[in-house]
Design a protein around this ligand. Structure first.
Ligand code: GDP
Length: 301
């Protein structure tokens, strides 16, 4: 992810560095180039406008042009603006990863469209909670629409070394969710991960099902899983889920692919929800915390 954007921005900065002393016109030209690079990376237009306006204002306003290394200052300003767009920056509290700061068993609701990587991510989170946080984790699939989904989660649970809720044919998602919570209370689990059904696109039936499960289980975290490769669609999906169901965070998957990265930069501004985790591969170990400053650093290379 971000290779193309990274390459373009570095091109802009190289040209700035060669200039030495900068004029206001140089900054204007660089801002235009940053704007094009962000648009090509599929960053949402309002977010692009905001970033570029900030870069220009700060570059011209902070005596940057008369400083010893103006190009360096402009790069720092772009970096700061990217960090802010990604949900970080001074005075902003960004807590990476998921929060378990609640009474056990802590319910975590996983939502998203089919194929986004939701079930795989549930397994990844389970593995991490078991290995890193020493938690006793129960995985439960609420996907009664695709019979294979429940078996897939069972297999993933085995790989992650955690328990999965026994499948009882004929139960609906609400019943399964309530049974999972009951089992978790009875058997003293620390965390219950509820993997809801996905659909190919957002529809009312999907939203209603997720909303009902959420109301019944009152999850501590409601994590939306989105595929970075779907670009602006991922942002629209997040907006819809947040408006209809309410989410506490986003997990962006397939960052190991060649996604242009615009979704990561747009998410916070468009949905208000923070990206918490990144999926970087098919293996259960391929889960990373999301740090705005590190991602900005990756973009600027
Ligand atoms: P679901 O329908 O949302 O539950 O999606 P799945 O968890 O079944 O994932 C769909 C496919 O995407 C599977 O082949 C996963 O191995 C793959 N996948 C999930 N997360 C990632 C990721 O971060 N990177 C890559 N490359 N593949 C992923």
């Amino acid at each position: 992810m971000f290779e193309a954007l990274s390459g373009k921005l570095n091109g802009v900065f190289d040209r700035l560095r060669r200039r030495g002393a900068l004029t206001e016109a140089d900054v204007a030209e660089a801002s235009r180039e940053v704007r094009i690079a962000l648009l090509e990376a599929d960053v949402a237009l309002p977010v692009v406008k905001d970033i570029v306006a900030k870069v220009r204002e700060r570059a011209v306003g902070q005596e940057v042009l008369r400083s010893v290394s103006p190009a360096q200052q402009v790069i720092k300003i772009v970096n700061d603006c990217l960090v802010e767009a990604l949900g970080g920056g001074e005075g902003v509290e960004h807590v990476p990863g998921i929060s378990l700061n609640a009474a056990s068993p802590v319910p975590i609701l996983m939502v998203g469209l089919q194929g986004s990587g939701k079930t795989t991510t549930s397994g990844k989170i389970a593995l991490r909670l078991r290995m890193r946080d020493r938690k006793k984790v129960l995985l439960a699939s609420l996907d009664v629409h695709r019979p294979a989904a429940q078996l897939q989660l069972e297999t993933l649970a085995k790989q992650a070394g955690v328990a999965s809720l026994p499948i009882i044919q004929g139960q609906g998602p609400l019943e399964i969710a309530q049974r999972a919570m009951q089992v978790a209370r009875g058997e003293l689990y620390d965390v219950v991960i509820l993997d809801t059904a996905g659909r190919l696109s957002i529809d009312e039936a999907l939203m209603e099902e997720v909303a009902q499960v959420k109301a019944a289980t009152r999850p501590h975290e409601s994590l939306l899983v989105v595929d970075a490769m779907t670009g602006q669609d991922a942002v629209q999906t997040a907006r819809a889920f947040n408006e209809r169901v309410g989410i506490t965070g986003i997990v962006m998957t397939r960052i190991d692919g060649d996604a242009r990265g615009g979704a990561a930069l747009s998410m916070r501004a468009v949905t208000g929800a923070p990206i918490k985790l990144l999926g970087a591969g098919e293996k259960l170990e391929a889960l990373e915390d999301f740090h705005p400053d590190r991602i900005a650093g990756r973009i600027l290379g």
